[in-house]
Design a protein around this ligand. Structure first.
Ligand SMILES: Cc1cc2nc3c(=O)[nH]c(=O)nc-3n(C[C@H](O)[C@H](O)[C@H](O)COP(=O)(O)OP(=O)(O)OC[C@H]3O[C@@H](n4cnc5c(N)ncnc54)[C@H](O)[C@@H]3O)c2cc1C
Length: 734
């Protein structure tokens, strides 16, 4: 992971990967602000570009064409990307809270761009029976699922007759007709006039278009409940559909009400500077209300706010420059898709439609998305430029980073670390952190204490995610021996940063690690931390076991079970190389790899250990390296099926492109003469070093099926990948 050129002294947190924040991040990628650490928080690794949404629903754009890859963007900007949903902000503590329960994240300056929701919590049956248009990711999943049902005469009811509702109705009709279906689409309008906010000429044309496409509009049709397959309307009648879409007016996210900012109908009131009532919190896009120049919710405003937000964040953080004002245009061009590759333009009462407007809109939208593809990486300037966050020059001024204990972390950071560690919970941990050394009771007679250590250089900038992965990775050795995790010591190297950020970073690392160790039944009993060249997190872990399960003991006929998909090394190498895969989004592939690395192996071990003759965890030597260790220790050989290998999404295609971790060639060389396998990407993945990899167990044949069923019932992607055979240590892969 590339270490930032300058140490960070201030935290900017961007909440939500909406259009404005994506553009602001891009600006910071092109022109970094030295001394700044940027964090982007978004529930998923991608954000949908709304301009292309109707075109995607209609089938004109593939999913990857309309998704902004936030992980890639974050990497370009050197930003931490936290994949989580924000549920609150404690302004007094300057901390952000998360849905997942991960530790609160500190900020010096924050900006909110989380869009709106179209949910109707007051409508009985809404949650169970309808699909809201926002959030877009969930909507798209539901839409894809509906298309896949391939109904011959699908019925769709759209609740909400605004531009969004009509556009979706046109797009849905187009997609279903192109698939050979005969869709029946009804749009419900509560009042007696559809399409508020468009000019009378555009309204007339859009309604004519709806009629021509066989879309039925029902006026005075407010819904009072959603039932399985129908909206119940105010007049007691029902509007029946196989898909009930909700595209009603925007609602603000409810958690904003608890932040204590000035709001209007739940939306954050902002000044022309885009600052909320708290000068440390900006708000943009649909979630903001422009107090002096109110405007409807539309992507065009979110996009146009980006230069002003970028400049103002930079001004506040650097202490240089005046705040700019955002002045939205009064009239803006609405480009409305009509389903087939036609669109209508509406501006200042003039409405025109046709294929050429679609082509025009298509060019605008593709140009927008191309901005995130052609991102230039920051210039690697060596000298401190004119604008930077105050405090950075002190940190850099003639004080090179010392080695040895001189590189230890400042007292603020260390006291935060001590505070963040809970008291030991285990009876055999007599004393945890605080004294010179922790105290562990002697293991009772017959119990063996196992100990192992591991550390990882950062593979992502979100240190909480990194700590989770490092903890899971270190515990892998303990679980592989069938042992119960007992105690852990942390070793942490932080890149040089200001003391305030050290405290925040250490607290985040320890909170995340503690979640993993506490869930595994172990206590963190101490650790050591220094400043160094790059973020590195490691743990020494002990465990207790009556009869350690070793790599030796595998018998001919045993079934080989692997409990995690392969490919982490390849995916991470490909991400660093900036690889792309047609039809797929790298950010989603990387997010799936990070999630797999973060999954603890406690359940895997609990299910496999009572049955396995031999077990190990698959890490740096790759599957074949660790299997060969097992075979050497057991005096056996093995056959594996390449087709049966569980693989991470995208791993095979990336290996096919020649992507590989730098360690893969050494792993291949180490297996030389002991592996027979055809050439190809699946074979390449046998050498792929795994971070936080799965368990590899040799299980008696009669017990393997039950083990796999038990693992899969826990959602574990376990697979039978081969057999132990008699013979000298070696692997045949077919
Ligand atoms: C059906 C439909 C069609 C539309 N078509 C168009 C169009 O053609 N042109 C146009 O200009 N506008 C269109 N709009 C409006 C457009 O979608 C919005 O105005 C635009 O997306 C606003 O962008 P934004 O930056 O406010 O946030 P969004 O684009 O909504 O992005 C918000 C981001 O924040 C994330 N997020 C949400 N909650 C949280 C949380 N609690 N914590 C962290 N992250 C969070 C989301 O995952 C998302 O990535 C359409 C809207 C709909 C419903």
């Amino acid at each position: 992971m590339q270490t930032p050129l300058y140490p960070a002294v201030s935290d900017l947190v961007l909440i939500g990967g909406g259009h404005t924040h994506a553009l602001v991040l891009r600006r910071f990628a092109m022109t970094p602000l030295p001394g700044l650490r940027i964090t982007l928080i978004n529930p998923g690794p991608v954000a949908a570009y709304s301009g292309m949404l109707p075109g995607h629903v209609a089938g004109h754009y593939a999913r990857d064409e309309m998704m902004i890859d936030l992980l890639r963007l974050g990497r370009g900007a050197g930003a931490r990307v936290v994949l989580d949903r924000v549920t609150g902000i404690d302004r007094a503590a300057q901390e952000i809270h998360f849905a997942s329960g991960r530790a609160a994240l500190g900020y010096d300056l924050a900006s909110i761009d989380i869009g709106i929701t179209t949910d109707l919590p007051g409508l009985p049956g809404f949650e169970q029976h309808t699909v809201p248009a926002k959030p877009l990711d969930a909507f798209l999943q539901a839409w894809d699922g509906f298309v896949a049902r391939r109904l011959a005469e699908p019925k769709i009811v759209v609740l909400g007759a605004g531009v969004g509702g009509l556009e979706l109705a046109f797009a849905a009709g187009q997609r279903l007709r192109a698939a050979g279906a005969r869709p029946q689409i009804t749009v419900l309008c509560r009042s007696d006039q559809a399409l508020p906010g468009v000019s009378p000429a555009a309204r007339r044309k859009l309604l004519q278009e709806a009629e021509a496409q066989g879309i039925q509009l029902r006026y005075g049709a407010g819904a009072v409940a959603a039932e399985p397959g129908a909206f119940l309307l105010e007049d007691g009648t029902r509007a029946a559909g196989d898909l009930l879409l909700v595209v009603t007016s925007a609602r603000a996210q409810p958690w904003l009400a608890g932040v204590g900012l000035d709001l209007l109908d739940g939306f954050i009131k902002v000044a022309p500077s885009l600052q909320s009532s708290d000068p440390l919190i900006f708000a943009v896009g649909d979630c903001a209300h422009l107090t002096q120049t109110p405007r409807p919710k539309a992507g065009v405003f979110a996009v146009r706010q980006a230069p002003v937000l970028g400049a103002n964040l930079r001004a506040v953080l650097s202490g240089k420059g005046r705040l700019q004002s955002y002045r939205p245009q009064k009239h803006y061009l609405k480009l409305i898709s009509l389903g087939a590759k036609r669109a209508m333009a509406d501006r200042t009462g003039l409405a025109a439609g046709g294929a050429w407007i679609w082509r025009w809109k298509d060019r605008i939208d593709r140009r927008f998305m191309a901005m995130f593809e052609d991102m230039e990486m920051p210039a690697m300037a060596q000298a401190l430029p004119g604008t930077f966050v105050p405090g950075l020059e002190d940190l850099l001024s003639g004080r090179p980073l010392c080695g040895g204990c001189g590189a230890k972390i400042g007292p603020e950071g260390l006291s935060a670390l001590a505070r963040s560690l809970p008291k030991p919970t285990r009876a055999d941990v007599l004393a945890g952190p605080g004294d010179d050394a922790a105290q562990l009771a002697t293991a009772p007679g017959g119990t063996v204490q196992v100990i192992s250590t591991d550390h990882l250089r950062a593979l992502c900038l979100d240190e909480a995610q990194m700590a989770t992965i490092a903890a899971v990775h270190a515990l892998g050795d303990i679980w592989a021996m069938g042992a119960e995790p007992q105690a852990a010591l942390a070793q942490i190297v932080l890149p040089q940063m200001g003391e305030r950020l050290q405290g925040r970073t250490l607290a985040a690392i320890m909170a995340a690690a503690n979640r993993v160790f506490a869930a595994a039944g172990a206590d963190i009993v101490g650790g050591h931390s220094t400043l160094g060249a790059e973020l590195t997190i490691g743990f020494t872990v002990t465990g207790l076991v009556r009869q350690p399960l070793t790599k030796g003991g595998a018998r001919s006929g045993d079934v080989l079970i692997l409990t995690k998909p392969l490919g982490t090394g390849t995916v991470l190498a490909a991400e660093m190389a900036g690889s792309k895969l047609p039809g797929l989004i790298m950010g989603e592939i990387v997010a799936a790899a990070l999630a797999s690395m973060s999954r603890p192996l406690a359940s895997d071990a609990a299910i496999l250990a009572p049955h396995a003759h031999a077990m190990t965890d698959v890490t740096g030597f790759g599957l074949v390296g660790h299997l060969l260790e097992m075979l050497e220790a057991s005096g056996t050989s093995a056959e594996i099926s390449l087709a049966a290998l569980p693989l991470l999404p995208g791993a095979e295609a990336l290996a096919g492109q020649g992507q590989a971790s730098s360690l893969a060639s050494a792993n291949r060389a180490a297996a030389l003469g002991r592996l027979k396998a055809p050439q190809g990407p699946r074979t390449d993945l046998l050498f792929d070093p795994q971070t936080g990899g799965g368990l590899l167990a040799a299980v008696p044949p009669g017990e393997a099926e039950g083990c796999i069923a038990a693992l899969q019932s826990k959602g574990i992607m376990a697979a039978e990948i081969g057999r132990i055979t008699a013979g000298p240590p070696g692997v045949v892969a077919r």
